[in-house]
Ligand binder design. Structure first.
Ligand code: XMP
Length: 311
């Protein structure tokens, strides 16, 4: 992207041609990509769009409420929140393979959007915040993982138009577009959160109990690291169990990993050097405040070789 204003003008014309007088549903995750995609579509074809935010049960602590408040506070675009927690968890029961998880999640999202489209006069267009690295990593030749909104999409769906205005941009460029559209710094510089949510940070089979432990751990990790200027940071429930001692008694608890990376466009990333005193406090809090956790490890892997998410 050479010039942000030119990009917005050109994309506006393309969106008007593609959407015309059709209705659209935007799969909103609360992250910058889908929010900017929604803002672009709303600007190009006012009145065509309904944003659908799906509570998959794979969200972080308080995330659903925060996203709803942030989005409805910033935009006058119709917003609906759909509770699909049971549906997602049921479909993920017994699934361990990371690719299988991603494909199930991608398909379930589309089925939820299709149901919502039907309720809204058969909206024909599905708007997604797909960006270039999602496509590159899902492409056959350079395949790394099926991003939920690209390789994880089902082969058939009732939408006739897939609208992806950001598919040629990287994250840093999407942020420039967001700022140019007048979005708040808070929204534009939110740290990325993957569409499959905590599913790609909860290794092994996903259960409500494991998600609950991960949510509490992630809340502690993100809360402690918010003050540092880190591109992306979170907790992982590694799926490992380890022996430890709590209150003088043997425990066989969960192992939490801390991941923090610096990046510009997510294609490469460098592990962030968190000061030892902060790491030390974090480790104590995680093991003291979460009874199920007995060990904490720190991920010191750059991308490549390690992707940012663990699955
Ligand atoms: P990886 O793990 O591939 O992540 O190094 C690169 C960036 O993309 C995010 N990510 C996703 N975002 N759908 C998304 O919307 C996905 O399926 C997905 N997988 C990874 C990840 O959080 C990081 O910022």
């Amino acid at each position: 992207m050479k010039n942000v204003a030119d990009f917005i003008a050109k994309t506006t014309r393309e969106l008007q041609a593609q959407i015309g007088d059709k209705k659209a549903i935007c799969g909103l995750s609360g992250g910058v990509d889908s929010s900017v995609a929604a803002a672009l579509v709303h600007k190009a074809v006012p009145g065509c769009l309904t944003c659908v935010y799906v509570d998959t049960g794979l969200m972080r602590q308080n995330e659903c409420r925060e996203v709803e408040e942030m989005f409805t506070g910033q935009f006058k675009i119709p917003f609906i929140r759909v509770d699909a927690v049971d549906e997602f968890l049921l479909k993920l029961t017994g699934i361990i393979d990371p690719e299988a998880k991603r494909k199930i999640i991608g398909e379930t999202f589309v089925r939820v959007f299709e149901r919502e489209a039907k309720k809204r006069g058969d909206a024909e267009c599905l708007v997604q915040g797909t960006i270039l690295p999602d496509i590159e990593e899902s492409a056959a030749k350079t395949w790394v993982k099926s991003h939920h909104n690209v390789g994880g999409m089902p082969e058939t769906m009732t939408f006739t138009e897939l609208v992806e205005p950001l598919r040629t941009l990287c994250k840093d460029e999407v942020r420039q577009v967001g700022l140019e559209l007048g979005m708040t710094n808070f929204m534009v510089f939110r740290q990325p959160f993957p569409g499959p949510g905590l599913a790609v940070r909860c290794l092994g089979e996903i259960t409500a109990e494991k998600l609950d432990i991960l949510r509490r751990a992630d809340d502690i990790v993100t809360g402690a690291l918010d003050e540092l200027d880190i591109w992306q940071y979170f907790a992982i429930l590694t799926g490992l169990r380890s022996v430890g001692i709590k209150n003088g008694k043997r425990v066989y608890g969960h192992v939490i990993a801390i991941r923090a990376v610096s990046s510009v466009n997510a294609r490469t990333a460098e592990w962030f050097k968190i000061p030892y005193d902060i790491l030390s406090r974090l480790s104590k809090r995680l093991t003291e405040e979460i009874p199920e956790v007995c060990r904490v490890v720190y991920d010191i892997t750059d991308k490549p070789c390690g992707t940012i998410e663990w699955e």
